[in-house]
Design a protein. Structure first.
Length: 147
């Protein structure tokens, strides 16, 4: 059986890089959403959807600060990784739900979460979070198209 993950410098640097790259991606995402908000006469986007996406971006920025604060404590290292994975799957599921369920382009973000689950947790962790992402996707599909 695999031992619990211990703090090491290499994994800590990877986790820090993940937080920084998430902030960069969120900034780019915010710019795209702001652009779509200004040209919504050309491309129809509901005001409610825009506000919900803004809320997700703000929540992720606040969570990035929390992740950074947790990163300073070695005691919370493993909890930080699991917390980031779980929150990312939940927020990706919410974005997919907001933007059209099955046809949403944001479904590709599940792949990124699963990839970095594999980087931090190995095959078993990636499998657990891939099945969690699949269940989240199934819940969204079930709410949009009841059986």
């Amino acid at each position: 059986m695999r031992q619990p993950m211990e703090y090491d410098e290499r994994t800590w640097r990877r986790l820090r890089l993940l937080i920084v790259s998430r902030a960069v991606i969120l900034s780019a995402f915010l710019l795209v959403i702001l652009f779509l908000g200004t040209v919504k006469s050309i491309i129809f986007i509901s005001r409610d959807v825009l506000h919900a996406i803004y809320a997700v971006i703000i929540a992720m920025c606040i969570l990035s600060v929390v992740y950074t604060l947790l990163l300073r404590k070695k005691k919370y290292f493993q909890i930080n990784i699991y917390f980031q994975l779980a929150v990312d799957i939940a927020l990706v599921s919410f974005l997919v739900y907001l933007t059209g369920s099955i046809g949403s382009n944001y479904s590709l973000l599940y792949t990124l979460v699963i990839i970095y689950a594999a980087i931090f947790l190995g095959r078993r962790g990636a499998l657990v979070f891939a099945s969690t992402a699949g269940k989240g996707r199934r819940c969204i599909w079930g709410t949009r198209f009841p059986l």
